[in-house]
Design a protein around this ligand. Structure first.
Ligand code: NAD
Length: 265
């Protein structure tokens, strides 16, 4: 990508909190105009306000990424407000309560797959409508170490994140000759409000997620992660900014693990 393209529009889904907000802020500092999309509109607007207060250009939009019409109208509005789409970061996601198949109910399975995998597909599809005719663009998808290992989530989360890794590879092959790169990031344990947000987005009927999982307390983090500590949203944002940068132009179909060595074990 040339210098002009580096300062185009970056759409970040799930930008109202955690990793998405941190990535939106860092991409904003790098010069991208930022469309902050979230199911929580006021959180999305708050992120945009933070970016604008720091001297960047940003707008917040409401979108449930599992709904094609929401994705379409938010991305269209962002292009109208902020310019041509250069980077699509499909970040939004929810946890699944860490349930194994035998105790996962079908409705929970479907909703988690709808958000964590179909939501990424819909974001990619919407981005390609802009990127393919121009033969340029960067798509970055949010996977997880749970997209590579059989731990770090329950059955639906792990299946969805493995799906994101597979989708990323398939798209890299399909669009590699079209000037578009498609990569994903695989974070380890990052402190965010993912449990609380997942609980409230999935709604009533979803069992309590607090206290479940493999990295609930610091002893577990020390036992699992060679670095001995959790990562930060800035650790992930650095990786995302790299994949969005001119320097990463020949990286395609890659799963960039940022986990303090967890997966190396
Ligand atoms: P978070 O809850 O702080 O942020 C997620 C944001 O996504 C929230 O603002 C939420 O409102 C939004 N969101 C959820 N469902 C949505 C939907 N259907 N439509 C639009 N917005 C939606 O959590 P986070 O940890 O920052 O998670 C971001 C991504 O990182 C997720 O995909 C998660 O699976 C992934 N991830 C997180 C970790 C971690 O340790 N925190 C590790 C690996 C991967």
């Amino acid at each position: 990508m040339d210098a002009e393209a580096e300062f185009g529009l970056a759409v970040v889904t799930g930008a109202g909190s955690g990793i998405g907000r941190g990535c939106a802020q860092m991409l904003g500092r790098r010069g991208f105009a930022i469309a902050a999309l979230d199911i929580d509109e006021s959180a999305a607007r708050e992120t945009a306000q933070m970016i604008e207060s720091a001297g960047g250009r940003s707008r917040g939009y409401r979108a449930d990424i599992s709904k094609a019409a929401d994705m379409d109208s938010a991305v269209s509005a962002a292009i109208g407000d902020l310019g041509m789409l250069e980077v699509m970061f499909n970040n939004a996601g929810v946890l699944d309560g860490y349930f194994n198949v035998d105790d996962m109910d079908e409705a929970l399975w479907r909703r988690v797959l709808d958000i964590d995998l179909t939501g990424v597909f819909l974001g990619c599809k919407r981005a390609l409508r802009e990127m393919l005719p121009r033969r340029r663009g960067r798509i970055i998808n949010m996977a997880s170490v749970a997209g590579l290992n059989g731990t770090g989530g329950g059955a639906a989360y792990i299946a969805a994140k493995h799906g994101v890794v597979g989708l990323t590879k398939q798209m890299a092959v399909a669009y590699g000759a079209s000037g578009i790169t498609v990569n994903c990031v695989c974070p380890g344990a990052i402190p965010t409000s993912l449990r609380a947000h997942s609980q409230s987005i999935l709604g009533p009927g979803v069992p309590d997620m607090s206290g479940r999982g493999v990295v609930v307390n610091e002893d577990q983090v020390r036992a699992l992660v060679p670095a001995g500590v959790r990562g930060t949203v800035e650790d992930i944002a650095s990786a995302v900014c790299y994949l969005a940068s001119k320097e990463a132009g020949y990286i395609n179909g890659h799963s960039l693990v940022v986990d303090g060595g967890w997966r190396a074990k």
